[in-house]
Structures are given as C-alpha cells and as structure tokens.
Design a protein around this ligand. Sequence first.
Ligand code: NOJ
Length: 546
Amino acid sequence: MGDIAWWQEGVIYQIYPLSFADSNGDGMGDLRGIISRLDYLNDGTPASLGVDAIWLSPVYPSPLRDCGYDVSDYTDIAPAMGTLADFDELVDRAHARGIRVILDLVLNHTSDQHPWFVASRSSRDNPRRDWYLWHDGGGPRRPPNNWRSRFGGRAWTWDAATRQWYMHGFLPEQPDVNWRNPQVKAAMWEVVRFWLDRGVDGFRLDVVNHYIKDDQWRDNPTRWWYRESPLRSLIAYDRQWHIYDRDRPALKDVLREFRQLLDAYPERMSVGEISSDDPLGVAAALCGPELLHLTFNFAFTHTPWRAAAFQEAIRRWEAALGPGSWPTYTLSNHDVPRHYSRYGRRAAARRARVAAAMLLTLRGTPFLYYGEEIGMRETAIPRRELVDPVGKRYWPFYRGRDGCRTPMQWDATAQAGFSTARPWLRVNEDYMRRNVAAQRDDPNSLLSFYRQLIWLRKATPALRRGRYEPFQEGARESLSFLRHTAEQTVLVVLNFADRPTRLVPDRPWPSRRWRVLLSTAGRNGEELPGLAPVFAPYEVCIMEAL
Ligand code: NOJ
C-alpha cells in the first residue's frame, strides 16, 4: 500500500446525535451540543481524546420510527437537531480542530413520509411510482415472494388504495427504493454531492449490501439451521438464506459510480455497513480501490472473551481482505449491547482496557462508540419507556437497542450533564460515578487510558500503518502481535486472562531489547526483562524494539 490516507490512520468516533449533548434543553441531543463538546474530542493536545473524525448517526428530518434511520428529507437537518447553518458551523469548527466529519447515508430506504414515497404511493401512474419496489403479488393475500423484514414480519406491505405490495427490508414505514431506476440513482448522487459540497469528509452507508434486489423477485431458500446461533434459527428472518434480497452482483456497478463521485473530491472516504449471511466475505468483496474505501467488520461485537477467538477473528479478516483493502474494527455501536456490559461484571473494567488496547493497536481503522471511553454500560430500559421498534416488538425475548443509546454521561449533575430536561431515553443510573468529569483528571481512569492509547498511536508510525504479524499463534491466554514499518517494530501483548501469562513466541524475537511504551502494570519506560517475560493478569504492554 502506497501513501496512507487519514481514514486508514485515523481514529473514528461514532456519535449518536440524539444522545450526545443537548444545547437547548428539549431532552434531545443536537448539533450545537456536539459543537460545544468538540474540545473534549480533540483540542490538539493529549488533554483531549484526540479522535480524527466523528461519524454522526442520522441528523436528517425524520418521523423517528427507527430513530432517524427513516429519513424524510436527505438534504436538511432535523429541526430538533438544528439547522443547516448549525451544520456548516459544526463542520467548520470540527475542521479547525483537525476533526473530519462523516455523515450516515441511509439510501437503501426512505421514510414513508418522504415526498418521494408519498408521491409514489399516490397512484400507479405517478412518475415516482417506479422509485420504490411495487409488485402485484397474487392479490391482497399473496405477497410477491417469501422475503422477510429484518425487524419482523413480511418484507411486503399491501397498499389497499393502489392495490399493490411495496417492499421494505425493515419497518413498513421504511420502504426500500428502487436502485435499478436510473432516476433514483441520479437523485441519490445529488444527495451525495449536496453534502460533499458542504465540506463533509465521508459517509457511512447504511446496509449498503441491501441496495440491489433480485430483478426476478425469486424466493429466498430456506435455511434450516443457524449454526453460529441456534437461537437465531427460531427467527423467521434468519430461517432464510438471503441471496435474493441482498448481496446481488449488480451492486458493484452502483458502488463504482459512487466511488467515482467521491474521488472527484479530494480526501473523501466511505465506509459500508454490511449485514449478510457471509459478513466477512461480502465486506471484503465490497471494499478496495474502486469500491468502498472501508467496510465494517462486526466480528468483535460478538466474539467471546478468549484470546484465541479474537486472534482467529483478526486472522480471518486479514486473510479475507485483498492487498488494496484496509481493515476496520468495532467493539460497540448503536445496534449491539455495549461491550463493557458484554464483558461481565467483575472483570469488565480490566477487560475493557485490554479490548481498547487491541482496537487501537491493530492494523486497521478503529471505530469508537461514544461513551465507551468512560466505560458506559448497557442501560436497563423499562418496557413502557422503550423507543426502539425492534425492542417493542420482541420484548421480553429481545429488549432492543435502546440500552446502548442512552445519554452521554458528562458529569454528576442531574441528567449527567447531557440536558437540563428529562432526556428522550433515561440516563444510566451509574452516571454519578461513571462520567467524563470524574475521569478527566484521574490518570488511572479508563478515559485517560483511551487518551494515552490514541495519542501513542498518533506518535507511533508502526501502530498507525505497520504490517500486522501474529507473534504467538494459538496462545490460549494472551494475544500478541507485531506491527512493523521499515523503521520501527512494535510488539503488543494483551493478557486476556485473570492470571499471569508467559509470552512464548512461535517465531524468533525480532529484537533482543524492547522499551515499554505503555503498560497497565507500571512498566512505562522500562526495558523488557529477558526474552520469556511474564505479564500480569489482564496486562496490556506495548513495546518498541530498540
Ligand atoms: C442499520 C442501522 O445501523 C440500524 O440502526 C437501522 O435500524 C437499520 N440499518 C435500518 O436502517
């Protein structure tokens, strides 16, 4: 790989705008709230977190049936979040601090309130009719095929007025658009240009592998057994192989066009969200020099706490990616339980450090999720307060995604300093102890640890761009790997276990002398003792070859 781009070296921080900071006291986060917290994210000094980019989950006008992933206007800002002028100011101020801005593009579907769909459903001969996926099926009782919605029920809803079905991969209020219609594609590219011209640095593409569907509307084959998760074999959506409602070959042509559009602007990037029966294979197939810059790999969001399991996830991702592609890593996001809670009660505080060190030292772009740097946990939301449509539908078997979307915990004042009003989702009850203010000046806090890692990464070329080489494959307790550039070799040792572990590499040591750059066992600045060193329980140790 030749020159390295900012989106490869940089650390990207996901903000869920509804929950980050509320500037006007209506209980919902907004753009001016984000502006007021930019110094926290990066003020150019190690006193701040030091992230290089923020990705904003949707900020567009929306009826909020799916928390903003149902967009009713692609080229405006939701009134509750601010105005386009606020957005321009956010971009300017972020750029002034060296923070790039990435927007979430939800182009697989719109809201049913979007004027395009309102027109489309108004009559069969409306010029926008073919902008969505309409089909006769076998009349009101027989949908066109067996496709299911990811959020439950059929992927088809009957429209009694025009006597046809329309397709929706998610809620009925989120009709899928017809990407095979050139007018739709042109309209979407206009949206992309609108934001690029406003100075946006990149896009996260929501469920990008769903854009194109089978043009013959064939039934998905049945999938009897979900090997990875027998529980999922009970869910109708997962009892199908989704070969016709997503992952269609024609998608690549769309993505090539999109890439050309982006490449006409300097230094822009894209990252695709993939949800697939073959997430790694599809993610690898859709990124590269002519396609998306990056695709997400969500393996870490469900990898069990075992060094060997993480090592295998990394190995598979490195092996899947072509030479022109670049990995990404994510521990948490707005769709999965926060990792601090996934890592158990007793050990979570120490495991969260090991996980953070792994995320921020692997070869690839790390995506942080707001609040993980202070160890925010999943919040228990009572049923009557649920907002997420998926939680409402499946409660109590699945409680949905509200628990990972609660307000950012800034300080110990009421509502955690997020808002002066009662927030749209309750604040986690641990906010008095677990908040930014409490951790900011404590050198031993998780926040300080994230800051140290991020600033170390910035200062260490091998961590930003170096090759990845496992150092002790198949180790049960620890994950260790080298990162090399021509000038520098760094060794990362992560002890996943609650007991000491000895590092016994399965290849020669590339150097006899190592200086510790960062350690959770108080070894900073020391030289590593001997060549079969022992590491403390849950120790993180990052060393540079001398
Ligand atoms: C993926 C998003 O991450 C999720 O939050 C959303 O519900 C669906 N796509 C539908 O847009």
